[in-house]
Design a binder for this molecule. Sequence first.
Ligand code: CO
Length: 328
Amino acid sequence: MGPGYLDRALCGLKQKKDPNLLSGFDSAEDAGIYKLTDDIAIVQSVDYFPPIVDDPFDFGQIAVANALSDIYAMGAKPLTALNIVSFPKKKLDIEVLREILEGGLRKLNEAQVTLVGGHSIEDEELKYGLAVTGVVHPDKILRNKGITVGEKIILTKPIGTGIINTALKAGMASSKAIRDVTESMKTLNRKASEVIQELGVGAVTDVTGFGLLGHLYEMVCNENAGATVFAEKVPIFDETEKFAKMGIVPAGTHANKKARQIFVTTEKEIESYLLDILFDAQTSGGLLFTVEEQKADKAIRLLRQNGVLKATIIGEITSLPRGGILIK
Ligand code: CO
């Protein structure tokens, strides 16, 4: 789940209280959670979008990695999925859809998630995504709240997918840059989630539409602490800086910056393009989490041992700015 019009449209609307609802639409978490028994809760999320890469098979894989990410961000194990498809059958050959679904299925198999069905409609624009369901012990839910001063902040994937994908659409990104972001977006956050569950951490979320600073803000807003980000430590994809400097930035990134820039302070003058990168709307981004300082190096070591090679300490939780972010 995550950023979208639903949050705003539903804001203020009330539904009947249900004691089994552990995370609902008003809690700004990555997924909804509903308790079935004292030992088991179901975790649900849905996401779908138009193609962001040219290759249908890659797009299918990315859509699955992206949809499952919210389940992993809650410390849950995904079990089942439903395909959601909008298809312009007058404009596109059905073979394209077949390749997308084949890519999706390949990624679901890798994640050991069972496809149980789906729904398709005819539409002007192709879109693909999934509704996914997982399980978690009600006491072991990882939330995007619960930070403590002194904790380190770790990010498990580089950022810049929005900017590179925009450059791709403009025919400007190099094939290497496209390959790098595609590979990253296809990568499941499963291993990262397993390491985090094993280690025990503070707050956890995944970096998607709000961008790094937007999701970090969700983590610190309403808390008695803030986040300090070391800008030069944040891993970014090759060419992201080049395109950001040229103003090749998606609309979602501009919107993120406009909405949340006021919660961000900087130690020294910061170039506008750098803020664009830090606010860049991501697809299938990495996990973002806080962890006790003593465990931070171990976290990085374990993540890298498990193939999460780009995991990096990007900042720390500080007493100030309260409920906001400082860029150093
Ligand atoms: Co999320």
